[in-house]
Write a protein that binds this ligand. Structure first.
Ligand code: BGC
Length: 716
């Protein structure tokens, strides 16, 4: 069953009914100002950092799931009837509902009682603001008197604090209203130099900035009092919950159309120019006024849209393929590239499944992301590499995450994920291959952002490589540390207290548990590094990398091979994981994929055998499962992986990230057909027909599809 269709020429996915199985979302913004928006206008906005600089509030994991957003209400002032043209939050029975998610914009259109409304949401390039461009058309035979209400709920900047620290937050909300523009300035009088603003192109008849006044006592967003009564309260927020809402009256003759533009934006002032006049406590609004003078004009909003379209046409035009398969063409040419850009910008830190407050950007993830977008934005890839390298630790190790706003390593999840350093090598190698910009290796970059520790980037890579050699275990395989690619294989954790983080709790000294996966990654990264050294004329350095790589390959075949497939790891007792000796978790995808991808076992047939075992034991119609059999109970010595019910997440779920490793492996043994077959199984477009099973958007790769042990096998 489908809930819409692909419009390939326009690079849009068109959703034709609002009650999708899950909110189907899109990303707005691609530089510094971002938003996520669902097919019913749910979502939120932020500047650079979804946790530290959140503009609008969102209520996660709500019922209905998707709640809080960029909501517009229309009200028939003759009958008093009102509705939301995006369906939520009023959920009236709309006609002709259509949501078009395009490249960096979303258009939601519908009709109700003969009134057609269409809103285009976008973030213009090079601006820290978003535009909601509403067009209302009267399709009735008679004139219509309407009210339009906008609404957003301001977040008090730090989204984590906003959701928890109520004893303070209910007393600090502040706004200013000038000429119909609502300025949100909580904490501006003290240490913040930024504010947000919300404005409307038309003359307003009223506004609200206090949530209670707009909604009325005991009411929700589905039934705001101001909308029901057709009259804004002109409320000025002091404390409690500042919101932004405008009311505009529209009288439309039959067939008449009118546009109303709303702009929500963010601005920073310098400390010296915070206030206007300087000695007052009044916000200096010049920056906002300048932006508003431009973008509240519909023609300029149109121009911003056209510019955004050409931007994406240019980006996507860089790599286009033509194959006999529509799903391949669509994903490679449009949606996969688009998703890579979204991950570049957010790296999984903000979505409907990552709240934006839970984590910063992953070190490993961000380096991996480079491979997907470096050809589109090489300049920004360069900047990202240098930012990431600057968080690297002097030992060559890495913080597992960093905050994009501060660009500092974030110790929330700590460090010591022993695969992390190698991804920097892989990312830089991808950059060099794409750009030929060897100068990046000479850029001086600090460690842990400490001034005075700078070395050329090349040395960062050397230290990454060295890190593994300094952390080898009893079999000569790399020690796993807190985890490797599989964040949930926590072999040094041994946690028996509820609530402890599997990623930061460590009860073992980490000198025994080893990862065959990191060994394979070491082989891949080592070869890349050798090639880099060779290109720079550093022959001796190149040979030393290659000899370490060779040694590791031998170690893998000696200690990492289980007879029919590659082992996954050794635990803290030195026991095998991912072996036929195990009752559960006998075979894992990561090492079958990564070893073969890295070319290990191509000569002696073990690569072929590992891939055959993968097909036999892990492949399903919905993709390749992470491991089998699933863990049926909690194993203290394995950590989070065994905390999930069988079939979900790392406990035998299907990860869209590691499936392609097997596909690449298959191509390395010359079996392209098998690679393509696997590819089609997880290709979201190819799964569109089963949207009621897959449930997640048909235009994005999900993190995970439920494995065959789960009752919901196939659900993404
Ligand atoms: C993380 C990745 C990790 C994967 C498997 C994802 O959620 O972002 O870093 O490799 O899970 O554990």
């Amino acid at each position: 069953m489908k809930y819409g269709y692909f419009d390939d020429p326009n690079r849009e996915y068109v959703i034709t009914r609002p009650d999708t199985p899950l909110p189907w979302i899109n990303y707005l913004g691609c530089q510094a100002y971002f938003g996520i928006i669902s097919n019913t206008a749910g979502g939120y906005s932020f500047y650079r950092d979804a946790r530290l600089r959140r503009l609008t509030r969102y209520r996660y994991n709500n019922a209905p799931f998707d709640f809080g957003g960029r909501y517009i209400y229309l009200r028939d002032d003759a009958s008093g009837e009102f509705w939301s043209p995006s369906w939520q939050p009023t959920r009236r029975n709309l006609q002709n509902y259509v949501c078009r998610h395009g490249m960096g914009y979303t258009v939601i259109s519908s009709e109700y009682g003969g009134i057609e409304a269409s809103t285009r949401y976008l973030v213009p390039l090079d601006e820290n603001l978003e535009i909601w461009q509403l067009t209302v058309t009267n399709r009735r035979q008679r004139a219509a008197d309407l009210s339009v209400f906008s609404s957003i709920e301001f977040c008090l900047w730090d989204a984590q604090d906003d959701a928890t620290n109520f004893q303070r937050n209910f007393s600090i909300g502040e706004v200013e209203i000038e000429n119909g523009v609502i300025y949100h300035k909580t904490e501006y009088r003290e240490r913040r130099d930024h504010y947000s603003f919300f404005a409307c192109s038309e003359k307003i008849t009223g506004f609200d900035t206090q949530r209670d006044s707009f909604l009325g006592p005991y009411r929700g967003w589905d039934n705001p009092l101001a909308v029901e009564q057709g009259r804004s309260g002109n409320s000025v927020a002091h404390g409690w919950a500042p919101i932004g809402s405008h009311q505009v009256k529209l009288s439309l003759q039959p067939a008449e159309s009118r546009q109303v533009v709303f702009v929500l934006g963010y601005h920073e002032n310098s400390r010296e120019r915070k206030f206007d006049p300087p000695n007052s406590q009044v916000l200096n609004k010049k920056g906002a006024k300048f932006a508003l003078a431009r973008y509240l004009v519909p023609a300029n909003a149109d121009a911003a849209f056209e510019k955004l379209r050409s931007h994406w046409n240019e980006l996507l035009g860089i790599c286009q393929v033509e194959t006999p398969d529509v799903h391949t063409n669509r994903m490679v040419n449009i949606w996969n590239a688009y998703q890579c850009m979204a991950t570049f910008n957010m790296s999984r830190s903000a979505s409907f499944y990552e709240s934006g407050i839970g984590r910063g950007l992953g070190f490993r993830d961000s380096n991996q992301d480079l491979l997907g977008f470096v050809h589109m934005v090489p300049g920004r890839a360069r900047e990202r590499i240098l930012d990431l390298a600057a968080t690297q630790l002097p030992s060559g190790g890495a913080y597992h995450q960093y905050q994009p706003l501060t660009k500092r390593g974030n110790n929330d999840v700590g460090s010591g994920f022993n695969d992390d350093p190698h991804w920097l090598i892989v990312g830089v190698a991808a950059y060099l291959k794409e750009t030929g910009d060897w100068s990046i290796l000479d850029e001086t970059v600090p460690y842990d952002n400490q001034a005075g520790t700078e070395t050329p980037l090349h040395e960062h890579l050397q230290r990454s490589f060295r890190y593994t050699l300094d952390h080898l275990g009893p079999h000569g395989l790399p020690l796993i540390g807190r985890a490797d690619w599989n964040d949930c294989l926590n072999l040094n954790c041994f946690s028996d207290s509820p609530g402890q983080s599997f990623q930061t709790t460590t009860n073992k000294d980490g000198k025994v548990a080893e990862s065959v996966f990191i060994a394979a990654l070491f082989v891949l990264a080592g070869r890349e590094l050798a090639e880099i050294a060779e290109q720079r004329g550093l022959q001796a350095e190149a040979s030393s990398y290659l000899s370490e790589v060779k040694k590791m390959e031998t170690t893998i075949s000696r200690h990492g091979w289980d007879g029919e497939w590659f082992l996954r790891a050794f635990d803290d007792f030195g026991r095998k994981i991912g072996s036929k000796e195990n009752a559960e978790g006998r075979i894992f995808i990561e090492t079958q994929g990564f070893c073969t991808l890295a070319g290990i076992g191509l000569d002696d047939g073990s690569a072929r055998a590992a891939l055959d075992s993968t097909r036999k034991m892990l492949a399903t119609q919905h993709g390749i499962i992470l491991q089998q059999p699933a863990y049926s109970k909690y194993y203290l010595e394995l950590g989070e992986i065994s905390s999930y019910p069988p079939g979900y997440k790392e406990n035998a779920g299907i990860f869209c990230h590691n499936n392609p490793w097997v596909m690449i492996g298959e191509t390395r043994v010359g079996n392209g057909d098998a690679a393509y077959d696997y590819y089609t199984r997880i290709n979201p477009s190819a799964r569109e027909q089963i949207s009621e099973v897959h449930r997640c958007e048909p235009y994005v790769y999900a993190q995970m599809i439920a494995g065959r042990d789960a009752p919901t096998h196939g659900e993404a």
